[in-house]
Design a protein around this ligand. Structure first.
Ligand code: SF4
Length: 214
């Protein structure tokens, strides 16, 4: 199955109760289908539901600025959400909705094969890591999973609602840029071309892989 076919297969999806709670459309994802870097958010909001694309409202504009600050562009990355339909009144996704929709996110990752998955906020981070760990504890760190590296970041919408999170959000993207810069810097002769990274969780291993070299 291709990414496009997967997206088409979800048109009109009614697998969870969000299909009957006022969503306009399924918001599958957008961007480079062969992206090395993928961003994962929580769920579509009002503007995303109307336009059918993730991160197109105020949070999307902020994300675009943050991407630029990290040397990335929307055209080269892929963006999707854990949940493909807008929860009513932008409430948090419920566990049964995450469980039902999560397989489609995992299929997207399988098809795109990103080397780095940047999770935005608690929901995306916990879904990808399959672990109840607070975003404030592990944000800004590269964590290796079996097939890719996870880089948790604060969610731009959180910083829009809580001004005190703006600077920490920018700090997260500065760390992301530093991580990407390390990956793009040739190692001195005789030394491995690996970035350093730390992890706070015993189960989360720091990234020690060349993301863009192979
Ligand atoms: S949120 Fe996901 S599982 Fe639920 S209806 Fe939308 S696409 Fe289907």
């Amino acid at each position: 199955m291709t990414l496009q076919e997967l997206g088409e297969s979800l048109h009109g999806c009614q697998r969870c109760k969000l299909s009957g709670l006022g969503r306009s459309r399924v918001v599958f994802g957008t961007g480079n289908p062969k992206a090395a870097v993928m961003f994962v958010g929580e769920a579509p909001g009002f503007h995303e539901d109307r336009q059918g694309e993730p991160f197109v409202g105020a949070a999307g504009k902020l994300l675009n600025d943050l991407l630029q600050s990290a040397g990335l562009s929307r055209a080269e990355i892929y963006i999707a959400n854990v949940i493909k339909c807008r929860p009513p009144d932008n409430r948090d996704p419920e566990p049964d909705e995450v469980e039902t929709c999560k397989p489609f996110l995992l299929q997207q990752i399988d098809l795109i094969k990103p080397k780095l998955v940047c999770t935005l906020g608690n929901w995306a981070t916990q879904t990808i890591l399959e672990k109840k760990v607070g975003i404030t504890k592990i944000r800004g760190q590269a964590i290796r999973l079996k097939d890719f590296v996870v880089f948790p970041l604060l969610h731009p919408a959180a910083a829009l609602h809580q001004g005190n999170l703006r600077e920490p959000l920018h700090e997260d993207f500065r760390k992301l840029k530093a991580y990407l810069d390390q990956l793009n810097t040739p190692a001195p002769p005789g030394q491995p071309a690996q970035p350093s990274a730390s992890a706070t969780s015993a189960e989360c291993q720091p990234a020690q892989m060349d993301l863009f070299g192979s």
